[in-house]
Design a protein around this ligand. Structure first.
Ligand code: PXP
Length: 254
């Protein structure tokens, strides 16, 4: 089997919840979206329970944990209430990420090298519950070595700087991801990657060696809005047609 066919896809469904929270409705349901991803062949589902609860809510995580047959990967900051929520819900996997309230999305990797002790305590508590822990880091030697020292099974490499790079800079950024994956592998770490991946940059991303899972969110949800738009319009037009048939049957003027 070649490198490409082995890579797994984890779909991050946060932005399904973003659409729901924008109007305070019950829909679209992240659980329904996750089940569609699962049926379509996704190998895992990822959600980020942010401290400000801007999209995914605690109840979403609990509901996903109950219904999914593929693993649930919970992205989270190392904040006390979020750690308690994770220890209570017990997803299969946790990916620890840095989190700033004012950011639009996770902006950089964790400073594992500068926070070994605090991160180490959280890693051990999660692992005692049987949760598989991953650390989201930039492709930097010091961070990879610190992750190896903490003896986590997985890192997730931050691909955002490559995905957002200008064409002149892209090759250099991709090389740093390739070298980081090689170094991580040599330390016995398993390698996931994510952030900013879309159909335009996926071929470059797949040149990174030793990939286990790619976590992809925004581009898939954005694409789903467009490929699903025609079907959604048809559903509404069919509802109009049903109403016309009804009115005709009841003899109302059309
Ligand atoms: N991996 C991590 C650790 C993330 O924080 C995110 C964004 O929530 C993703 C993957 C997915 O990134 P994107 O939505 O850009 O595909």
């Amino acid at each position: 089997m070649n490198q490409r066919t082995q890579v797994k896809l984890g779909v991050n469904i946060d932005h399904v919840a973003t659409v729901r929270q924008a109007r305070g409705t019950q829909y679209p349901s992240p659980v329904e979206a996750a089940l569609i991803c699962q049926s379509a062949g996704a190998h895992g589902i990822t959600v980020h329970l942010r401290e400000d609860r801007r999209h995914i809510q605690d109840d979403d995580v609990r509901a996903l944990r109950a219904v999914l047959s593929v693993p649930l990967n919970l992205e989270m900051g190392n904040a006390p209430d979020i750690v308690e929520a994770a220890l209570d819900i017990v997803p299969e996997e946790v990916c620890l990420v840095p989190e700033k309230r004012e950011e639009l999305t996770t902006e950089g990797g964790l400073d594992v090298a500068g926070n070994r002790a605090t991160l180490g305590r959280t890693v051990r508590r999660l692992e005692e519950k049987g949760i598989v822990v991953s650390l989201f880091i930039d492709p930097e030697v010091a961070q990879i070595e610190a992750a190896a020292e903490l003896k986590v099974p997985f890192i997730e490499l931050h691909t955002g700087h490559y995905c957002d790079a200008s064409p002149a800079d892209a090759e250099r950024k991709l090389n740093s991801l390739v070298e980081a994956a090689e170094l991580a592998h040599s330390h016995g770490l398993r390698v996931n990657a994510g952030h900013g991946i879309n159909l335009q940059n996926i071929d470059g991303i797949l040149r990174i060696p030793f990939l286990n899972t790619l976590n992809i969110g925004h581009s898939i949800v954005a694409r789903a809005v467009l490929v699903g738009m025609g079907a959604a319009v048809n559903e509404m037009l069919n509802a109009f047609a049903r109403d016309c048939d009804d009115a005709e049957r009841k003899g109302y003027p059309l």
